[in-house]
Design a protein around this ligand. Structure first.
Ligand SMILES: [Zn+2]
Length: 265
Protein backbone atom coordinates (compact mmCIF):
# COMPACT_ATOMS: atom_id res chain seq x y z
CA UNK A 1 0.00 0.00 0.00
CA UNK A 2 1.39 3.38 -1.01
CA UNK A 3 0.86 6.31 1.31
CA UNK A 4 2.13 9.86 1.36
CA UNK A 5 2.80 11.05 4.87
CA UNK A 6 3.73 14.70 4.99
CA UNK A 7 6.27 16.30 7.27
CA UNK A 8 4.52 19.62 7.66
CA UNK A 9 4.71 21.24 11.08
CA UNK A 10 1.24 21.46 12.52
CA UNK A 11 -0.39 22.80 15.61
CA UNK A 12 -1.86 25.97 16.81
CA UNK A 13 -1.25 29.20 14.96
CA UNK A 14 1.39 31.50 16.36
CA UNK A 15 -0.63 34.55 15.47
CA UNK A 16 -4.27 34.53 16.58
CA UNK A 17 -4.90 37.79 14.69
CA UNK A 18 -5.45 35.57 11.66
CA UNK A 19 -8.66 34.35 13.27
CA UNK A 20 -9.73 37.62 14.89
CA UNK A 21 -12.95 38.01 12.88
CA UNK A 22 -13.82 34.35 13.29
CA UNK A 23 -13.29 34.54 17.05
CA UNK A 24 -15.52 37.63 17.22
CA UNK A 25 -18.55 35.50 16.31
CA UNK A 26 -21.08 34.63 19.04
CA UNK A 27 -20.05 31.34 20.59
CA UNK A 28 -16.51 31.54 19.24
CA UNK A 29 -13.55 32.33 21.47
CA UNK A 30 -9.82 31.63 21.81
CA UNK A 31 -10.84 28.35 23.48
CA UNK A 32 -12.99 27.38 20.50
CA UNK A 33 -10.15 28.31 18.17
CA UNK A 34 -7.89 26.06 20.21
CA UNK A 35 -10.34 23.19 19.69
CA UNK A 36 -10.14 23.77 15.95
CA UNK A 37 -6.35 23.80 16.00
CA UNK A 38 -6.17 20.44 17.77
CA UNK A 39 -8.91 18.78 15.70
CA UNK A 40 -8.26 16.02 13.17
CA UNK A 41 -10.73 15.91 10.27
CA UNK A 42 -10.54 13.15 7.66
CA UNK A 43 -12.02 14.08 4.28
CA UNK A 44 -12.74 11.37 1.71
CA UNK A 45 -12.92 12.64 -1.87
CA UNK A 46 -11.10 15.63 -3.35
CA UNK A 47 -13.56 16.60 -6.07
CA UNK A 48 -15.52 19.82 -6.11
CA UNK A 49 -17.23 19.04 -2.80
CA UNK A 50 -14.13 17.91 -0.94
CA UNK A 51 -11.92 20.74 -2.11
CA UNK A 52 -14.44 23.36 -1.03
CA UNK A 53 -14.87 21.72 2.36
CA UNK A 54 -11.13 21.24 2.89
CA UNK A 55 -10.39 24.81 1.86
CA UNK A 56 -12.77 26.31 4.39
CA UNK A 57 -11.58 23.99 7.17
CA UNK A 58 -7.97 24.93 6.41
CA UNK A 59 -8.87 28.62 6.47
CA UNK A 60 -10.75 28.14 9.74
CA UNK A 61 -7.60 26.69 11.34
CA UNK A 62 -8.47 22.99 11.71
CA UNK A 63 -5.09 21.67 12.82
CA UNK A 64 -4.87 18.41 10.89
CA UNK A 65 -6.64 17.50 7.65
CA UNK A 66 -6.30 13.94 6.38
CA UNK A 67 -7.37 13.67 2.73
CA UNK A 68 -7.87 10.63 0.50
CA UNK A 69 -8.62 10.28 -3.22
CA UNK A 70 -7.16 7.90 -5.83
CA UNK A 71 -7.60 10.07 -8.93
CA UNK A 72 -5.46 12.57 -10.80
CA UNK A 73 -6.62 16.00 -11.93
CA UNK A 74 -8.16 16.03 -15.42
CA UNK A 75 -9.05 18.96 -17.65
CA UNK A 76 -12.74 18.18 -17.25
CA UNK A 77 -12.42 18.47 -13.46
CA UNK A 78 -11.47 22.14 -13.51
CA UNK A 79 -14.92 23.75 -13.96
CA UNK A 80 -16.26 22.07 -10.84
CA UNK A 81 -13.29 22.33 -8.53
CA UNK A 82 -11.99 25.28 -6.58
CA UNK A 83 -8.35 25.49 -5.42
CA UNK A 84 -6.82 23.46 -8.26
CA UNK A 85 -5.89 24.91 -11.65
CA UNK A 86 -4.46 24.11 -15.10
CA UNK A 87 -0.98 23.50 -13.72
CA UNK A 88 -2.35 20.61 -11.62
CA UNK A 89 -3.58 18.52 -14.58
CA UNK A 90 -2.05 15.05 -14.36
CA UNK A 91 -1.13 15.46 -10.68
CA UNK A 92 -2.75 13.30 -8.03
CA UNK A 93 -5.67 15.25 -6.59
CA UNK A 94 -4.49 14.75 -3.03
CA UNK A 95 -1.02 16.08 -3.86
CA UNK A 96 -2.41 19.13 -5.67
CA UNK A 97 -4.95 19.70 -2.91
CA UNK A 98 -2.33 19.43 -0.19
CA UNK A 99 -0.13 21.98 -1.93
CA UNK A 100 -2.98 24.47 -2.23
CA UNK A 101 -4.28 23.85 1.30
CA UNK A 102 -0.83 24.49 2.77
CA UNK A 103 -0.71 27.76 0.84
CA UNK A 104 -4.05 28.74 2.32
CA UNK A 105 -2.85 28.03 5.85
CA UNK A 106 0.81 27.06 6.41
CA UNK A 107 0.25 26.47 10.14
CA UNK A 108 -1.90 23.35 9.69
CA UNK A 109 -0.90 19.79 8.87
CA UNK A 110 -2.23 18.05 5.77
CA UNK A 111 -1.77 14.30 5.33
CA UNK A 112 -2.57 12.93 1.89
CA UNK A 113 -3.33 9.39 0.76
CA UNK A 114 -3.73 8.59 -2.98
CA UNK A 115 -6.14 5.75 -2.30
CA UNK A 116 -9.78 4.87 -2.82
CA UNK A 117 -11.77 4.57 0.40
CA UNK A 118 -12.59 0.92 -0.18
CA UNK A 119 -13.37 -1.46 2.62
CA UNK A 120 -9.72 -2.42 3.12
CA UNK A 121 -8.49 1.19 3.39
CA UNK A 122 -11.40 2.66 5.32
CA UNK A 123 -10.54 1.36 8.78
CA UNK A 124 -7.12 2.98 8.96
CA UNK A 125 -8.28 6.22 7.36
CA UNK A 126 -11.32 6.64 9.58
CA UNK A 127 -9.44 5.75 12.75
CA UNK A 128 -7.21 8.79 12.22
CA UNK A 129 -9.97 11.42 12.18
CA UNK A 130 -12.08 12.85 15.00
CA UNK A 131 -14.78 13.59 12.42
CA UNK A 132 -15.08 12.01 8.96
CA UNK A 133 -16.37 13.92 5.94
CA UNK A 134 -17.91 12.08 2.99
CA UNK A 135 -17.26 14.01 -0.22
CA UNK A 136 -17.10 10.97 -2.46
CA UNK A 137 -19.03 10.47 -5.68
CA UNK A 138 -19.13 6.68 -5.44
CA UNK A 139 -22.08 5.34 -3.49
CA UNK A 140 -20.46 2.03 -2.70
CA UNK A 141 -17.57 3.86 -1.03
CA UNK A 142 -20.04 5.99 0.91
CA UNK A 143 -21.55 2.83 2.32
CA UNK A 144 -18.10 1.50 3.22
CA UNK A 145 -17.42 4.75 5.08
CA UNK A 146 -20.77 4.44 6.87
CA UNK A 147 -20.11 0.84 7.92
CA UNK A 148 -16.68 1.60 9.36
CA UNK A 149 -17.79 4.84 11.04
CA UNK A 150 -20.59 2.92 12.75
CA UNK A 151 -18.10 0.26 13.88
CA UNK A 152 -15.69 2.86 15.22
CA UNK A 153 -18.35 5.22 16.63
CA UNK A 154 -17.19 8.10 14.41
CA UNK A 155 -19.41 10.91 13.16
CA UNK A 156 -19.75 11.00 9.38
CA UNK A 157 -20.78 14.26 7.71
CA UNK A 158 -22.29 13.15 4.41
CA UNK A 159 -22.96 15.15 1.25
CA UNK A 160 -24.36 13.89 -2.02
CA UNK A 161 -24.60 15.97 -5.20
CA UNK A 162 -26.73 15.26 -8.25
CA UNK A 163 -27.08 17.83 -10.96
CA UNK A 164 -28.37 21.03 -9.38
CA UNK A 165 -29.32 19.32 -6.14
CA UNK A 166 -27.40 18.29 -3.08
CA UNK A 167 -28.11 16.79 0.31
CA UNK A 168 -26.46 17.03 3.72
CA UNK A 169 -26.67 14.63 6.62
CA UNK A 170 -24.72 14.03 9.82
CA UNK A 171 -24.52 10.38 10.83
CA UNK A 172 -23.79 10.16 14.54
CA UNK A 173 -23.62 6.54 15.73
CA UNK A 174 -26.18 5.92 18.46
CA UNK A 175 -28.05 9.11 17.58
CA UNK A 176 -28.90 9.13 13.87
CA UNK A 177 -29.43 6.43 11.26
CA UNK A 178 -26.56 5.00 9.19
CA UNK A 179 -26.22 5.72 5.48
CA UNK A 180 -27.60 2.29 4.59
CA UNK A 181 -30.82 3.29 6.35
CA UNK A 182 -30.66 6.74 4.75
CA UNK A 183 -30.39 5.35 1.23
CA UNK A 184 -32.94 2.59 1.78
CA UNK A 185 -35.82 4.98 1.21
CA UNK A 186 -34.63 5.74 -2.31
CA UNK A 187 -33.93 2.10 -3.17
CA UNK A 188 -30.45 1.20 -2.15
CA UNK A 189 -29.67 -0.88 -5.24
CA UNK A 190 -30.61 1.99 -7.55
CA UNK A 191 -28.54 4.44 -5.55
CA UNK A 192 -25.45 2.25 -5.44
CA UNK A 193 -25.55 1.37 -9.13
CA UNK A 194 -26.29 4.87 -10.40
CA UNK A 195 -23.67 6.74 -12.41
CA UNK A 196 -23.52 10.21 -10.88
CA UNK A 197 -20.75 11.34 -13.23
CA UNK A 198 -23.13 10.98 -16.19
CA UNK A 199 -25.52 13.49 -14.59
CA UNK A 200 -23.01 16.33 -14.64
CA UNK A 201 -22.12 18.77 -11.90
CA UNK A 202 -22.12 22.54 -11.61
CA UNK A 203 -19.09 23.76 -9.67
CA UNK A 204 -20.89 26.22 -7.37
CA UNK A 205 -23.42 23.54 -6.40
CA UNK A 206 -20.61 21.18 -5.37
CA UNK A 207 -18.97 24.06 -3.51
CA UNK A 208 -22.24 24.78 -1.67
CA UNK A 209 -22.36 21.17 -0.49
CA UNK A 210 -18.75 21.32 0.68
CA UNK A 211 -19.35 24.64 2.41
CA UNK A 212 -22.33 23.23 4.30
CA UNK A 213 -20.20 20.30 5.41
CA UNK A 214 -17.46 22.65 6.62
CA UNK A 215 -20.04 24.62 8.61
CA UNK A 216 -21.31 21.42 10.27
CA UNK A 217 -17.78 20.28 11.12
CA UNK A 218 -16.85 23.65 12.63
CA UNK A 219 -20.10 23.66 14.63
CA UNK A 220 -19.41 20.18 15.98
CA UNK A 221 -15.82 20.94 16.97
CA UNK A 222 -16.65 24.27 18.61
CA UNK A 223 -20.01 23.22 20.11
CA UNK A 224 -21.96 25.84 18.14
CA UNK A 225 -25.62 25.78 17.22
CA UNK A 226 -28.49 23.74 18.55
CA UNK A 227 -27.95 20.38 16.87
CA UNK A 228 -25.93 18.94 14.01
CA UNK A 229 -27.76 18.27 10.74
CA UNK A 230 -28.95 14.80 11.73
CA UNK A 231 -32.04 15.24 9.59
CA UNK A 232 -31.51 14.73 5.88
CA UNK A 233 -31.63 18.17 4.27
CA UNK A 234 -32.04 18.48 0.49
CA UNK A 235 -31.32 21.61 -1.49
CA UNK A 236 -32.35 22.52 -5.02
CA UNK A 237 -29.98 25.19 -6.30
CA UNK A 238 -31.91 25.70 -9.53
CA UNK A 239 -35.02 26.73 -7.62
CA UNK A 240 -32.93 28.40 -4.88
CA UNK A 241 -34.77 26.31 -2.39
CA UNK A 242 -34.39 24.08 0.64
CA UNK A 243 -36.34 21.23 -0.89
CA UNK A 244 -36.96 18.90 2.05
CA UNK A 245 -35.91 18.25 5.60
CA UNK A 246 -36.57 14.59 6.32
CA UNK A 247 -36.66 13.04 9.79
CA UNK A 248 -34.98 9.67 9.69
CA UNK A 249 -34.76 6.75 12.03
CA UNK A 250 -32.91 3.46 11.79
CA UNK A 251 -34.67 0.69 9.86
CA UNK A 252 -35.74 -2.12 12.12
CA UNK A 253 -33.22 -4.90 11.85
CA UNK A 254 -30.38 -2.72 10.51
CA UNK A 255 -27.29 -4.53 11.84
CA UNK A 256 -25.20 -1.34 11.94
CA UNK A 257 -27.74 0.77 13.82
CA UNK A 258 -28.87 -2.03 16.13
CA UNK A 259 -25.32 -2.53 17.34
CA UNK A 260 -25.13 1.05 18.61
CA UNK A 261 -26.77 1.88 21.91
CA UNK A 262 -28.75 5.14 21.78
CA UNK A 263 -26.86 8.14 23.13
CA UNK A 264 -28.29 10.30 25.85
CA UNK A 265 -29.55 13.49 24.20
ZN1 LIG B 1 -28.78 1.65 9.82
Amino acid sequence: MRTHEDTTIYGRPSDHSRYRRQMALPGMSPEAQEKLSTAKVAIAGMGGVGLACAGYLANAGVGHLIIIDPASVRLEDLPEQSLIDHSDIGTLKVIAAKRHLQRLNPSIKVTSEPLRLATHTAENFIRRGDIIVDCMGNWQDKLSASDVCMQQGKTLVHAGVRGYEFQIYAMIPGRSACLRCLFADTGIEDVVSSDDAALGTLGPVAAMAGSFQAIEVIKMICGLGATPATNLTKFDALRRYVDQIIELGPRSGCPDCDSRAPLDM
